[in-house]
Write a protein that binds this ligand. Structure first.
Ligand code: SF4
Length: 298
């Protein structure tokens, strides 16, 4: 058996932008693993790998991919490991890949918020530079409903601090997460939270139900009425309307999105709103693929 097959505990996830990165799986699964909308690591028991195992795996990966410029740290949240372990791992990776330009990881505000500013600074200096953070919502009622385990204010404080320390942030918001009941406050409060943080990258995804809507509903303590296609677009419009981001690159190009947008929010905001208005006014119900094509021609 090829030894490289021994490295990864499936399933392995990485952001689309990390398609060319070497993945070093530092932790397995998600320590929290309770968010009601998330099934990513529901089949995995959380664990932090031993440093001895990581040393062997990184040596093997460096031999297989000696020119690697980017490394992504799996799985769900690098800050669920302790600071000394993370620093030691980063130093190991930097030593092993001589052409390395970037180390990135998924991170949660909840676990990152347990680190002191000094500890985060040490990790930044050791080489971790880009964090992918699922904010999901800036609204406390939505965050509570889906059991995100963190409030909007905690997210603002933690992520502002991360920005001040020098981490680049690529953050995600989930369109439709609050259903019909919380749609307006979800859109507005998410925009206000993002305005505070000013992330480098913002991805808007649409909530999907990989195990069905009934399964999702069964995990909530209250009723949930999903948005229609039109309501999803209107919520997206409201979010963008309230965003005041100076240098953020915006993307809605995930498979879940109805509309594919990519651009700078300071430069392209009016164009996005104009296109959304056009589509909202003219949409009765168009299959998602056709809507994506229609948007790209506007
Ligand atoms: S913290 Fe992230 S990976 Fe863990 S359950 Fe929540 S959304 Fe899923």
């Amino acid at each position: 058996m090829n030894e490289s097959f021994l490295l990864y505990h499936e399933p392995v996830f990485r952001p689309p932008a990390e398609a060319d990165s070497v993945i070093v799986q530092v932790t397995l699964g998600c320590k929290w693993n309770q968010c009601r909308f998330c099934e990513m690591y529901s089949t995995k028991k959380f664990a932090v790998k031993s440093f001895e195992t990581l040393e062997k795996e990184v040596t093997l990966l460096a031999g297989l991919h000696p020119e690697t410029a980017r490394v992504f740290l799996g799985d769900g949240d690098i800050f669920s490991a302790d600071k000394d372990f993370v620093v030691k791992t980063l130093q190991l990776i930097k030593r092993s890949f001589p052409n390395l330009k970037r180390i990135s990881a998924y991170a949660s505000s909840r676990e990152m918020g347990k680190y002191t500013a000094e500890e985060l600074t040490e990790i930044k200096k050791a080489g971790l530079s880009l964090l992918y953070v699922g904010i999901e919502s800036g609204d406390d009622e939505v965050l509570f409903m889906v059991k995100k385990g963190v409030t909007a204010l905690q997210q603002i404080n933690t992520l502002k601090q991360a920005r001040q320390i020098g981490f680049k942030l690529s953050v995600m918001i989930l369109n439709g997460l609050g259903g019909k009941k919380y749609s307006t406050q979800h859109a507005i409060n998410s925009a206000l939270l993002l305005n505070e943080i000013q992330p480098e990258l913002l991805s808007l995804l649409v909530i999907s139900f990989p195990m069905g809507q009934d399964h999702f509903r069964s995990r909530l303590d209250e009723d949930f009425h999903p948005l229609s296609q039109l309501e999803t677009l209107k919520e997206m419009r409201l979010l963008i309307q309230y965003l005041e981001l100076n240098q953020t690159v915006f993307r809605s190009d995930h498979a879940s999105n109805y509309l594919v947008f990519r651009g700078g929010l300071n430069r392209d905001k009016e164009r996005f709103l104009h296109q959304l208005d056009h589509i909202i006014e003219n949409t009765v119900h168009i299959p998602r693929t056709r809507l994506r094509q229609q948007a790209s021609f506007l």
